[in-house]
Design a protein around this ligand. Structure first.
Ligand SMILES: Cc1ncc(C[n+]2csc(CCOP(=O)(O)OP(=O)(O)O)c2C)c(N)n1
Ligand code: SF4
Length: 267
């Protein structure tokens, strides 16, 4: 299978604005799936609502485009009924951590085997630029015309504390790294979180004077450092990229199946 075989080309051109980071995420996600040579009929992609969630329209897997904030709840149902399938859940920062924050915490706590890809553009892109739990103090949104006073979550720390057994961060600038991380996240047995810093030039960039999409990519290049690198030692204030957590612990669907078998099976 090649990357194109995993695409629904009939739905192109896509709906994203020129320069949006979400297409880069789609590209690298498909590269990861291609490297793993997964059969597309063994993959289920479940998404909520948002520009990021629209990824599910462009992949030729089994797809469910559900409701805002509830992708992980639907995905949990899919995984519990068909644990042999690979479940991918692309979400925006608003989708995953504002309206969907409760589902996120409990999916991580349960360590259910799926890959949550959180496209962090620090804004509600689809609905015109309201601030999200990842926007950060002082930045502008339509709902924060004088700058938000809400501190942001550190998604890596939050995921680790909630129990995710694989936690990583990359950006749409670092595409080779991103594809490699997504490949490992999908292969990992347990709840995997991949935060991808993904630019929204239209609703975050313009309002926050972040420049063009290319300028925003340059910012990812200069303001992040790879975990364990010399650059990271020299720049404690820069944002870390890489794999922060990769541990083994009991996976929820497998534990449930064990319990069913111990009780005599389903027949
Ligand atoms: C229950 C519900 N509340 C609100 C909305 C409106 N809504 C649609 S997308 C969205 C936010 C999208 O932001 P995010 O998840 O960060 O994704 P992005 O568009 O930035 O990729 C909101 C509030 C909705 N569709 N359903
Ligand atoms: S509004 Fe932002 S997130 Fe949505 S498609 Fe445009 S650039 Fe991308």
């Amino acid at each position: 299978m090649s990357v194109r075989d995993y695409l629904r080309e009939r739905f192109f051109p896509h709906m994203w604005c020129p320069g949006c980071g979400h297409g880069i995420v789609l590209n690298n996600l498909l590269r990861a799936v291609e490297r793993l040579q997964l059969d597309k009929s063994d993959i289920v992609m479940v998404s909520g609502i948002g520009c990021s969630a629209r990824i599910s329209g462009y992949v030729d897997f089994h797809t469910m485009h559900t409701i805002h904030g509830r992708a992980l709840a639907f995905a949990t149902g899919v995984k519990m009924s068909r644990p042999e399938l690979t479940v991918l859940v692309p979400m925006g920062d608003g989708d995953a951590l504002a309206i969907g924050g409760n589902h996120f915490l409990h999916a991580a706590r349960r360590n259910i085997d799926m890959t949550a890809i959180i496209m962090n553009n620090r804004i509600y892109g689809m609905t015109g630029g309201q601030f999200s739990p990842l926007t950060g103090c002082g930045l502008m949104g339509t709902t924060a015309p004088y700058g938000t006073i809400d501190p942001d979550f550190d998604l890596v720390a939050l995921s680790r504390a909630a129990g995710a057994s694989f936690v990583a961060r990359s950006t749409t600038y670092h595409v080779n790294e991103l594809a490699g991380i997504l490949e490992k996240a999908i292969r990992h047995k347990g709840f995997s979180v991949v935060e991808v810093m993904s630019q929204c030039p239209t609703n975050f960039g313009r309002r926050n004077k972040a420049g063009s999409a290319v300028d925003m990519l340059e910012t990812y290049r200069h303001q992040t450092v790879a975990l364990g690198s010399k650059a990271a030692d020299e720049a404690p204030d820069k944002i870390r990229r890489g794999i922060f957590v990769e541990t083994e612990r009991p996976e929820y669907a497998a534990e449930y199946e064990k319990m069913v078998q111990n009780l005599g099976g389903t027949d």
